[in-house]
Design a protein around this ligand. Structure first.
Ligand code: ADP
Length: 269
Protein backbone atom coordinates (compact mmCIF):
# COMPACT_ATOMS: atom_id res chain seq x y z
CA UNK A 1 0.00 0.00 0.00
CA UNK A 2 2.96 2.31 0.58
CA UNK A 3 4.75 1.02 -2.55
CA UNK A 4 3.87 4.26 -4.30
CA UNK A 5 5.99 6.22 -1.84
CA UNK A 6 9.14 4.46 -3.01
CA UNK A 7 8.57 5.91 -6.46
CA UNK A 8 7.82 9.47 -5.33
CA UNK A 9 10.09 11.71 -7.33
CA UNK A 10 8.86 15.24 -6.77
CA UNK A 11 8.47 15.77 -3.04
CA UNK A 12 7.35 18.83 -1.04
CA UNK A 13 8.39 18.82 2.62
CA UNK A 14 6.77 21.11 5.17
CA UNK A 15 8.52 21.68 8.48
CA UNK A 16 7.04 23.60 11.41
CA UNK A 17 8.65 25.96 13.89
CA UNK A 18 8.48 23.33 16.66
CA UNK A 19 11.04 21.25 14.70
CA UNK A 20 13.36 24.24 14.16
CA UNK A 21 13.26 26.03 17.53
CA UNK A 22 13.42 24.41 20.99
CA UNK A 23 10.64 25.21 23.48
CA UNK A 24 13.19 27.41 25.33
CA UNK A 25 13.47 29.60 22.22
CA UNK A 26 16.94 28.44 21.10
CA UNK A 27 17.60 27.26 17.55
CA UNK A 28 17.50 23.47 17.09
CA UNK A 29 20.67 23.13 15.01
CA UNK A 30 20.70 19.33 15.15
CA UNK A 31 17.30 19.20 13.48
CA UNK A 32 18.24 21.79 10.85
CA UNK A 33 21.57 20.03 10.15
CA UNK A 34 19.83 16.69 9.75
CA UNK A 35 17.20 18.21 7.47
CA UNK A 36 19.89 19.73 5.22
CA UNK A 37 21.69 16.37 5.11
CA UNK A 38 18.56 14.37 4.27
CA UNK A 39 17.26 16.77 1.60
CA UNK A 40 20.67 17.12 -0.05
CA UNK A 41 21.02 13.34 -0.14
CA UNK A 42 17.58 12.92 -1.72
CA UNK A 43 18.49 15.54 -4.32
CA UNK A 44 21.64 13.50 -5.04
CA UNK A 45 19.37 10.49 -5.64
CA UNK A 46 17.81 12.63 -8.41
CA UNK A 47 14.66 13.45 -6.51
CA UNK A 48 13.19 16.94 -6.86
CA UNK A 49 12.82 18.53 -3.45
CA UNK A 50 10.93 21.64 -2.31
CA UNK A 51 11.02 22.74 1.32
CA UNK A 52 8.24 24.81 2.87
CA UNK A 53 9.66 26.13 6.11
CA UNK A 54 8.04 28.07 8.94
CA UNK A 55 10.21 29.50 11.67
CA UNK A 56 10.73 33.14 10.69
CA UNK A 57 9.12 34.57 13.83
CA UNK A 58 10.70 31.96 16.13
CA UNK A 59 14.18 32.56 14.71
CA UNK A 60 13.61 36.35 14.75
CA UNK A 61 12.60 36.23 18.42
CA UNK A 62 15.78 34.32 19.15
CA UNK A 63 17.96 36.73 17.18
CA UNK A 64 16.38 39.81 18.78
CA UNK A 65 16.26 38.26 22.24
CA UNK A 66 12.50 38.69 22.52
CA UNK A 67 11.07 36.13 24.97
CA UNK A 68 7.36 36.53 24.13
CA UNK A 69 5.81 36.40 20.68
CA UNK A 70 4.75 40.00 19.88
CA UNK A 71 1.01 40.61 19.83
CA UNK A 72 0.82 43.53 17.39
CA UNK A 73 0.93 42.57 13.71
CA UNK A 74 3.56 45.17 12.64
CA UNK A 75 5.84 43.88 15.41
CA UNK A 76 5.30 40.29 14.29
CA UNK A 77 6.08 41.32 10.73
CA UNK A 78 9.27 43.11 11.79
CA UNK A 79 10.42 40.10 13.81
CA UNK A 80 9.55 37.79 10.89
CA UNK A 81 11.56 39.99 8.50
CA UNK A 82 14.63 39.69 10.73
CA UNK A 83 14.03 35.99 11.34
CA UNK A 84 13.44 35.06 7.68
CA UNK A 85 16.85 36.44 6.67
CA UNK A 86 18.51 34.68 9.59
CA UNK A 87 16.70 31.42 8.88
CA UNK A 88 17.91 31.45 5.27
CA UNK A 89 21.38 32.25 6.54
CA UNK A 90 21.28 29.16 8.76
CA UNK A 91 19.85 26.96 5.97
CA UNK A 92 22.40 28.18 3.40
CA UNK A 93 25.21 27.47 5.81
CA UNK A 94 24.00 23.93 6.49
CA UNK A 95 23.17 23.04 2.88
CA UNK A 96 26.54 24.44 1.78
CA UNK A 97 28.24 21.62 3.74
CA UNK A 98 26.66 19.20 1.24
CA UNK A 99 27.41 21.45 -1.73
CA UNK A 100 23.66 21.95 -2.16
CA UNK A 101 22.32 25.26 -3.45
CA UNK A 102 19.07 26.70 -2.15
CA UNK A 103 16.74 29.56 -3.14
CA UNK A 104 14.21 31.58 -1.18
CA UNK A 105 10.63 32.13 -2.39
CA UNK A 106 8.27 34.29 -0.33
CA UNK A 107 4.72 33.86 -1.57
CA UNK A 108 1.31 35.41 -1.04
CA UNK A 109 -2.16 34.23 -1.99
CA UNK A 110 -1.79 36.03 -5.31
CA UNK A 111 -0.51 32.73 -6.64
CA UNK A 112 -4.01 31.35 -6.25
CA UNK A 113 -5.94 34.45 -7.25
CA UNK A 114 -3.99 35.61 -10.28
CA UNK A 115 -3.18 33.17 -13.10
CA UNK A 116 -0.21 35.24 -14.24
CA UNK A 117 1.31 35.25 -10.76
CA UNK A 118 0.69 31.51 -10.50
CA UNK A 119 2.44 30.93 -13.80
CA UNK A 120 5.42 33.03 -12.74
CA UNK A 121 5.78 31.02 -9.53
CA UNK A 122 5.44 27.71 -11.39
CA UNK A 123 8.05 28.77 -13.95
CA UNK A 124 10.47 29.82 -11.23
CA UNK A 125 10.01 26.56 -9.32
CA UNK A 126 10.40 24.42 -12.46
CA UNK A 127 13.55 26.31 -13.41
CA UNK A 128 15.07 25.98 -9.93
CA UNK A 129 14.34 22.25 -9.84
CA UNK A 130 15.84 21.83 -13.32
CA UNK A 131 18.96 23.59 -12.02
CA UNK A 132 19.21 21.15 -9.11
CA UNK A 133 18.43 23.85 -6.54
CA UNK A 134 16.23 23.25 -3.49
CA UNK A 135 13.62 26.03 -3.23
CA UNK A 136 12.81 27.06 0.35
CA UNK A 137 9.36 28.62 0.55
CA UNK A 138 7.57 30.65 3.19
CA UNK A 139 4.66 33.03 3.25
CA UNK A 140 5.64 36.66 2.65
CA UNK A 141 4.73 37.92 6.11
CA UNK A 142 5.39 41.57 5.22
CA UNK A 143 2.68 41.56 2.58
CA UNK A 144 0.34 38.83 3.80
CA UNK A 145 -2.46 40.27 5.87
CA UNK A 146 -6.14 39.38 5.77
CA UNK A 147 -7.94 42.34 4.27
CA UNK A 148 -11.62 42.33 3.51
CA UNK A 149 -11.39 42.94 -0.20
CA UNK A 150 -8.03 41.36 -0.90
CA UNK A 151 -7.05 38.16 0.86
CA UNK A 152 -3.28 37.88 0.70
CA UNK A 153 -2.77 35.22 3.33
CA UNK A 154 -2.74 31.45 2.81
CA UNK A 155 -3.91 30.89 6.36
CA UNK A 156 -0.85 28.92 7.39
CA UNK A 157 2.04 26.97 5.94
CA UNK A 158 0.04 23.73 6.04
CA UNK A 159 -2.23 25.20 3.34
CA UNK A 160 0.72 26.83 1.56
CA UNK A 161 2.58 23.50 1.32
CA UNK A 162 -0.50 21.74 -0.09
CA UNK A 163 -1.01 24.55 -2.62
CA UNK A 164 2.64 24.36 -3.68
CA UNK A 165 2.36 20.56 -4.02
CA UNK A 166 -0.70 21.08 -6.20
CA UNK A 167 1.00 23.77 -8.33
CA UNK A 168 4.07 21.69 -9.15
CA UNK A 169 2.14 18.41 -9.46
CA UNK A 170 4.21 16.87 -6.68
CA UNK A 171 3.96 13.13 -6.06
CA UNK A 172 4.08 13.53 -2.31
CA UNK A 173 3.70 16.11 0.45
CA UNK A 174 5.53 15.21 3.67
CA UNK A 175 4.15 17.24 6.52
CA UNK A 176 6.44 17.14 9.54
CA UNK A 177 4.76 18.05 12.82
CA UNK A 178 5.46 17.59 16.54
CA UNK A 179 3.38 14.41 16.69
CA UNK A 180 3.62 10.94 15.10
CA UNK A 181 0.58 11.35 12.88
CA UNK A 182 -3.18 11.75 13.06
CA UNK A 183 -4.86 10.11 16.08
CA UNK A 184 -8.46 9.28 16.93
CA UNK A 185 -8.25 12.18 19.44
CA UNK A 186 -5.62 14.63 20.64
CA UNK A 187 -3.12 12.36 22.48
CA UNK A 188 -2.18 15.30 24.72
CA UNK A 189 -5.54 14.94 26.43
CA UNK A 190 -6.61 11.40 25.48
CA UNK A 191 -4.03 8.81 26.48
CA UNK A 192 -5.89 5.98 24.73
CA UNK A 193 -6.01 7.75 21.35
CA UNK A 194 -4.92 5.51 18.45
CA UNK A 195 -2.73 6.48 15.51
CA UNK A 196 -4.30 6.16 12.05
CA UNK A 197 -2.00 4.23 9.74
CA UNK A 198 -3.84 5.45 6.65
CA UNK A 199 -6.71 7.72 5.65
CA UNK A 200 -8.35 7.78 2.24
CA UNK A 201 -11.05 10.41 2.78
CA UNK A 202 -11.44 13.47 5.00
CA UNK A 203 -14.87 13.02 6.55
CA UNK A 204 -16.72 15.34 8.98
CA UNK A 205 -16.19 12.68 11.69
CA UNK A 206 -12.43 12.84 11.18
CA UNK A 207 -12.53 16.64 11.31
CA UNK A 208 -14.20 16.36 14.72
CA UNK A 209 -11.24 14.30 15.99
CA UNK A 210 -8.85 17.13 15.12
CA UNK A 211 -8.45 19.90 17.62
CA UNK A 212 -6.19 22.87 18.21
CA UNK A 213 -2.48 23.39 18.13
CA UNK A 214 -0.19 21.41 20.39
CA UNK A 215 2.82 23.62 21.01
CA UNK A 216 3.26 27.34 21.71
CA UNK A 217 4.67 27.62 18.19
CA UNK A 218 1.94 25.55 16.57
CA UNK A 219 -0.24 27.40 14.12
CA UNK A 220 -3.11 25.64 12.46
CA UNK A 221 -3.47 22.57 14.67
CA UNK A 222 -4.62 19.26 13.27
CA UNK A 223 -7.70 20.56 11.48
CA UNK A 224 -5.44 22.64 9.27
CA UNK A 225 -3.41 19.51 8.44
CA UNK A 226 -6.59 17.64 7.52
CA UNK A 227 -7.64 20.56 5.31
CA UNK A 228 -4.28 20.34 3.57
CA UNK A 229 -4.75 16.56 3.19
CA UNK A 230 -8.19 17.15 1.70
CA UNK A 231 -6.64 19.43 -0.91
CA UNK A 232 -4.00 16.78 -1.69
CA UNK A 233 -6.61 14.01 -1.98
CA UNK A 234 -8.33 16.04 -4.72
CA UNK A 235 -5.15 15.64 -6.82
CA UNK A 236 -3.12 12.59 -7.77
CA UNK A 237 -0.64 13.30 -4.99
CA UNK A 238 -0.36 11.63 -1.60
CA UNK A 239 0.53 13.01 1.82
CA UNK A 240 2.30 11.72 4.91
CA UNK A 241 1.89 13.38 8.28
CA UNK A 242 4.80 12.38 10.52
CA UNK A 243 6.96 13.51 13.42
CA UNK A 244 9.70 15.96 12.41
CA UNK A 245 11.70 15.44 15.61
CA UNK A 246 14.26 13.49 13.56
CA UNK A 247 14.17 14.53 9.90
CA UNK A 248 15.86 11.22 8.95
CA UNK A 249 12.33 9.84 9.19
CA UNK A 250 11.98 11.13 5.61
CA UNK A 251 14.22 8.23 4.47
CA UNK A 252 11.88 5.75 6.18
CA UNK A 253 8.85 7.41 4.60
CA UNK A 254 10.35 7.16 1.12
CA UNK A 255 11.36 3.55 1.78
CA UNK A 256 7.65 2.81 2.31
CA UNK A 257 8.07 1.99 6.00
CA UNK A 258 5.05 2.20 8.27
CA UNK A 259 5.59 5.59 9.89
CA UNK A 260 3.17 8.47 10.30
CA UNK A 261 -0.29 8.64 8.76
CA UNK A 262 -0.54 8.01 5.03
CA UNK A 263 -3.22 9.95 3.12
CA UNK A 264 -4.00 8.60 -0.33
CA UNK A 265 -6.92 8.33 -2.71
CA UNK A 266 -8.03 4.73 -2.92
CA UNK A 267 -7.78 4.54 -6.70
CA UNK A 268 -4.19 5.90 -6.70
CA UNK A 269 -3.01 2.59 -5.23
P1 ADP B 1 2.85 22.12 13.99
O1 ADP B 1 3.43 23.18 14.88
O2 ADP B 1 3.73 20.94 13.79
O3 ADP B 1 2.32 22.64 12.69
P2 ADP B 1 0.31 22.07 15.49
O4 ADP B 1 0.68 22.43 16.91
O5 ADP B 1 -0.38 23.07 14.65
O6 ADP B 1 1.60 21.47 14.76
O7 ADP B 1 -0.58 20.72 15.51
C1 ADP B 1 -0.09 19.53 16.09
C2 ADP B 1 -0.80 19.27 17.40
O8 ADP B 1 -2.19 19.00 17.14
C3 ADP B 1 -0.35 18.04 18.15
O9 ADP B 1 0.78 18.30 18.96
C4 ADP B 1 -1.59 17.68 19.01
O10 ADP B 1 -1.49 18.17 20.32
C5 ADP B 1 -2.74 18.39 18.32
N1 ADP B 1 -3.83 17.51 17.92
C6 ADP B 1 -5.14 17.81 18.03
N2 ADP B 1 -5.92 16.81 17.60
C7 ADP B 1 -5.09 15.81 17.21
C8 ADP B 1 -5.30 14.51 16.66
N3 ADP B 1 -6.53 14.01 16.43
N4 ADP B 1 -4.20 13.75 16.34
C9 ADP B 1 -2.96 14.24 16.55
N5 ADP B 1 -2.70 15.46 17.09
C10 ADP B 1 -3.75 16.25 17.42
Amino acid sequence: MREKLKKANRVVIKIGTSSLVYPNGNINFSSIDELAFVLSDLKNQNKEIILVSSGAIGVGMNKLNIPQRPVEIPQQQAVAAVGQAELMNIYNHRFQVYNQKTAQLLLTRDIIEFPQSRENVCNTLEQLLAMGIIPIINENDTVAIDELDHLTKFGDNDQLSAIVAQLVHADLLIMLSDIDGFYTANPLHHKTAKLYDEITEITPDLMKQATGKGSPYGTGGMSSKLKAADRILKTDATMILANGKEPKIIFDILAGKKVGTYFYKEETL
